[in-house]
Design a protein around this ligand. Structure first.
Ligand SMILES: *[C@@H]1O[C@H](CO)[C@@H](O)[C@H](O)[C@H]1NC(C)=O
Ligand SMILES: *[C@@H]1O[C@H](CO)[C@@H](O)[C@H](O)[C@H]1NC(C)=O
Ligand SMILES: *[C@@H]1O[C@H](CO)[C@@H](O)[C@H](O)[C@H]1NC(C)=O
Ligand SMILES: *[C@@H]1O[C@H](CO)[C@@H](O)[C@H](O)[C@H]1NC(C)=O
Ligand SMILES: *[C@@H]1O[C@H](CO)[C@@H](O)[C@H](O)[C@H]1NC(C)=O
Ligand SMILES: [Zn+2]
Length: 501
């Protein structure tokens, strides 16, 4: 060691003696170090063709324009940044870009809430009640529904709309269904408050989206909105709660799975270049061990009965207030014990609380052989986990807008995925609950990733790797993947040519 240091010193002295730029860093060494960094980042290994290089140059110019805006959108809260983003030429380009798959999206937060209010609540037999804490609930029923505690009497919406100002009523419903507000920093001073509103909005949507006919229409509309944002495949995390009919009858999980299968099939007939969608069955992480065992058994049955449309299993809900994965280990060992595969897609590390039981989730997710890590916001604080994830080819599903709105980070330039992107950690970009945040498909999140934590380094090659990743890390079989990626690349080349014109 000492000898090497000495030799190094001798080298420097010799160089110094021979070179006129003595004492200055070697520019060739600098070039070389820059290259070494570039090659490691996402897209660093992607070779762009001539057309792609032209588009990349154009993209860089557009990027510089946005970087010089007086207010840089990724540094602002998304609710205030959204109108700025939507004026950006980078955003229009990202909207047109084929984005492959959306791999982290939740069932009842896929469709813009305008549709729920303007289409769904205008259908026959829709009742509303107003809760004590100034929220609303909906239900469809053939007759007067049974009273709900802490809520006014159920009122049919149609006659109510004639009595009240229906524009104002609809706007209040829209506000109840999203987190959007003009002044998010005042409305949501901390994570507890924003999560409470998040869960509240979920209950508002619940009565609408679990009505059996709406359940199907909602999924169809969700696929349509993502498809319009140039997404060709989806994996939807779904709670699969019992849906209900107009007479109050409840349907089973099998009904929901068959409904999903039927809707996806119908959608593919209408849009033949759409590859499909699969379900990741989810359950709230507040449940106890007994319930978890029952739920995993249910998941195994679904996996056996619907292998074409079922992708696997996950827990949902706020990690910081739910039970850690390790608590559920008995349930999670069942598939291995029974010799029945059940792929896991765990949310893990969606936290700022370093060193807690919850923070440990990200390691436990890998120990349980998770196929992907939802969020993995805590990944950079776990170097061993990071290495292991890379070795196991387990990507993080990064959802920038969700992390900002739910107050893990405010300026997206400081998102931990910035470091992961520079290191080429396996990664996909997704949108989590776009409807609640007022985002559409994946484009807003791609903008934040590309401009915010991608910085000036991320380029067309980065984007290309990210969209290919979305299929590479999907639950599709290897032959399906090959075909999907080939289809994507055809769309990609078309996009490059069209955008250059
Ligand atoms: C309903 O409310 C909106 C917004 O407050 C207002 O512009 C409109 O004039 C009202 N319509 C009626 C019929 O009162
Ligand atoms: C939710 O709707 C109710 C009833 O229309 C309204 O009073 C309340 O202000 C709405 N909540 C929000 C957050 O806008
Ligand atoms: C509501 O959506 C359904 C499809 O989900 C569509 O057939 C219908 O035309 C829509 N109605 C309105 C009023 O937009
Ligand atoms: C688990 O939760 C269920 C439903 O809330 C409850 O009925 C049961 O008693 C709980 N079991 C234990 C062991 O706490
Ligand atoms: C995870 O996969 C490894 C290697 O395939 C296997 O040895 C291990 O038992 C699996 N662990 C679980 C919890 O499934
Ligand atoms: Zn999620």
């Amino acid at each position: 060691m000492v000898v090497r240091k000495l030799l190094g010193l001798v080298g420097v002295v010799l160089l110094c003696w021979m070179s006129p730029s003595c004492g200055m860093p070697d520019p060739r060494q600098r070039e070389d170090l820059i290259k070494q960094e570039l090659i490691r980042e996402i897209g660093g290994g992607v070779v762009l063709n001539e057309q792609e290089k032209l588009l990349d140059a154009k993209l860089e110019q557009l990027k510089l324009q946005d970087m010089s805006l007086p207010e840089f959108p990724p540094a602002m809260h998304f609710f205030r940044a959204k109108p700025l983003i939507e004026q950006s030429p980078v955003y229009s380009l990202l909207k047109k870009m084929p984005k492959g798959a959306a791999l982290h999206v939740h069932d009842f937060a896929m469709v813009g809430v305008e549709w729920l209010v303007k289409n769904v609540t205008y259908r026959e037999n829709c009742y509303v009640c107003f809760t004590d804490d100034r929220s609303v609930r909906f239900v469809f029923s053939a007759e007067q529904p049974k009273p709900q505690s802490h809520c006014s009497t159920w009122t049919l919406l149609r006659p109510l709309r004639e009595k009240l100002n229906s524009t104002e009523l609809d706007n209040s419903f829209i506000r109840n269904l999203t987190l959007f507000t003009e002044d998010p920093d005042t409305a949501y001073p901390n994570q507890d408050i924003v999560w409470k509103r998040f869960e509240q909005a979920f209950f508002v949507a619940y009565g609408l989206v679990t009505y059996a006919p709406i359940f199907k229409d909602y999924l169809y509309e969700g696929l349509r909105q993502f498809y319009m944002d140039n997404i060709m495949y989806m994996e939807v995390r779904a709670l699969l709660p019992p849906t209900y009919e107009l007479d109050g009858r409840r349907n089973s999980k099998d009904w929901s799975m068959r409904a999903c299968r039927e809707v996806v099939k119908r959608f593919k007939t209408q849009y033949p270049d759409f590859l499909g969608a699969r379900i990741i069955f989810t359950v709230h992480r507040g449940i106890n061990e007994t319930e978890a065992i029952k739920t995993v058994e249910e998941a195994l049955t679904l996996q056996r009965n619907f292998p074409d449309i079922m992708a696997g299993f996950d827990f949902v809900g706020r990690e910081d207030s739910g039970r850690p994965l390790w608590y559920f280990r008995k349930a999670l060992e069942l598939p291995e014990e029974q010799g029945t595969p059940l792929p896991f897609f765990f949310h893990a590390g969606e936290t700022n609380s370093e060193g807690t039981d919850v923070d440990q989730n990200i390691m436990d997710a890998l120990l349980f052989n998770t196929s992907r890590i939802g969020h993995g916001f805590a990944m950079t604080r776990h170097p061993v986990v990071k290495e292991l994830a890379r070795k196991m080819k387990v990507p993080v599903e990064v959802c920038p807008i969700s992390n900002q709105v739910l107050k893990l980070v405010s300026d997206l330039r400081n998102h931990p995925a910035a470091a992961l992107m520079e290191e080429g950690q396996p990664m996909v970009i997704s949108s989590d609950d776009p409807a609640l945040f007022g985002a559409t498909g994946l484009s807003h999140d791609f903008y934040q990733a590309f401009m915010g934590f991608g910085g000036m380094r991320s380029n067309l090659a980065t984007l290309k790797e990210l969209v290919i990743n979305s299929l590479r890390y999907s639950s599709l079989s290897s032959t399906e993947k090959e075909k999907a990626i080939a289809d994507l690349l055809v769309k990609w080349d078309k996009f490059v040519l069209q955008t250059l014109l």
